[in-house]
Design a protein around this ligand. Structure first.
Ligand SMILES: Nc1ncnc2c1ncn2[C@@H]1O[C@H](COP(=O)(O)OP(=O)(O)OP(=O)(O)O)[C@@H](O)[C@H]1O
Ligand SMILES: [Mg+2]
Length: 339
């Protein structure tokens, strides 16, 4: 189990331009990922999804806050011990080609981490061979047809499968899949999504699924959890199906309304997502709700007070909005709606 506790990440201002401000990529994010659980992180570009994924995988340090792995706070560990813990979390990125050295045969790319693993476990070279084949089969690749090839010999989908096999060499407990299917041909995406879902049920691996596509999130984890992030803050959190059926936060409603697949309409609806240019970054310093400038329902209270993340529905759901009354406009197609 991994607990993310009040993680904040501030990137220093770069470029040296006058008046440029540091970026608050994450603002006190907390969540719990149980063993075998799947959490999807959704939210618009720049909201902090990748930053959170990278911090969970140990590839980025947080500015404040802590990660707790099975009850052990990482801040209490030595760098070496921390490194060992972070092996449990493997990141699968968007671009499987960029993740592989084009000049190395795939068998070698798989054997390198397996040799290290063999050393740790006291196994010999034949174990490395055996395990390489086993992992390729697990991700749906034919070992005889893969081991002697190079990355460019594989299709996009096959390459992503290979990257997943390589991540599995260290026997992780968690896979963080960051837009893992967005660069893959649509016809091959479903296969990768099923694979992730399969790894969860067969190996009990937890999945953090970062996506712009809620339908994909539902496919990977029908019984999973969705965490909606807006400008570095969790604004809504709960069971995927419940959030899709009845989003409470106006941001979630707008986000879902922009996804035609969920409305059953060809086009986004009238409460369509407001474009990013409308962002007023000054709101950062004024307190209040960060979404208020773009929110149809905002009141004076939203300008003065910051809405806390409240628990509703007997703890199964969280949202940060003062006005969570049913405004369930999203899932219902509106007849004759125009943009
Ligand atoms: N290394 C960095 N230095 C400075 N700012 C950064 C850095 N990495 C990310 N940021 C900023 O932090 C914010 C969050 O970025 P992040 O990549 O986590 O967003 P994201 O939700 O993954 O977006 P996308 O959907 O486009 O992948 C953005 O404003 C981004 O510009
Ligand atoms: Mg990202």
């Amino acid at each position: 189990m991994i607990e993310v506790k009040e993680i904040t990440k501030i990137y220093a201002a770069t470029g040296g331009m006058l008046g440029q401000k540091p970026v608050k990529a994450l603002r006190g994010v907390s969540l719990t990922l149980a063993d075998g659980e799947a959490i999807s992180l959704i939210g618009e570009s720049g909201c902090g999804k990748t930053t959170l994924g990278r911090i969970m995988a140990g590839l980025e340090a947080s500015t404040s806050g802590d990660l707790v792995f099975d009850g052990t706070a990482l801040s209490t560990l030595s760098p070496r011990e921390r490194h060992a813990k972070f092996q449990q979390v493997q990141l699968i990125q968007q671009d499987p080609y960029g993740a592989l050295n084009p000049a190395r045969p795939l068998g070698e790319a798989l054997a390198d981490p397996l040799r290290l693993q063999a050393k740790r476990l006291g196994k010999d070279a034949s174990w490395v061979q055996m395990r390489a084949k086993e992992l390729l089969q697990l991700v749906g690749l034919d070992p005889a047809n893969t081991l002697y090839k190079y990355p460019h010999n594989l299709s996009g989908g096959q390459r992503q499968r290979f990257v997943i096999a390589r991540a599995l060499t260290v026997e992780p407990k968690v896979l963080v899949a960051d837009e893992a299917v967005s660069m893959i041909d649509v016809s091959l995406r479903l296969g990768i999504l099923s694979l992730l879902s399969d790894l969860r049920s067969r190996l009990g691996i937890s999945v953090v699924f970062i996506t712009h596509d809620v339908a994909a999130a539902r496919y990977v984890a029908p019984k999973g959890t969705v965490c909606v992030i807006y400008r570095g803050e969790i604004v809504e959190y709960g069971a995927t199906d419940a959030i899709i059926a009845s989003p409470v936060h106006p941001y979630t409603q707008a986000l879902l309304s922009a996804m035609p697949v969920l409305r059953g309409l060809e086009e986004p609806g009238p409460d369509r997502y407001i474009p990013a240019q409308d962002l007023d970054l000054r709101l950062d310093d004024e307190g209040g709700c960060l979404f208020r400038a773009r929110c149809r329902f905002a009141t004076d209270r939203c300008a003065q007070e910051h809405p806390p993340l409240l628990t509703v529905d007997e703890g199964r759901r969280l949202h940060a909005c003062f006005y969570p009354e049913a405004r369930h406009v999203v899932a219902v197609p509106i007849e004759g709606a125009s943009l």
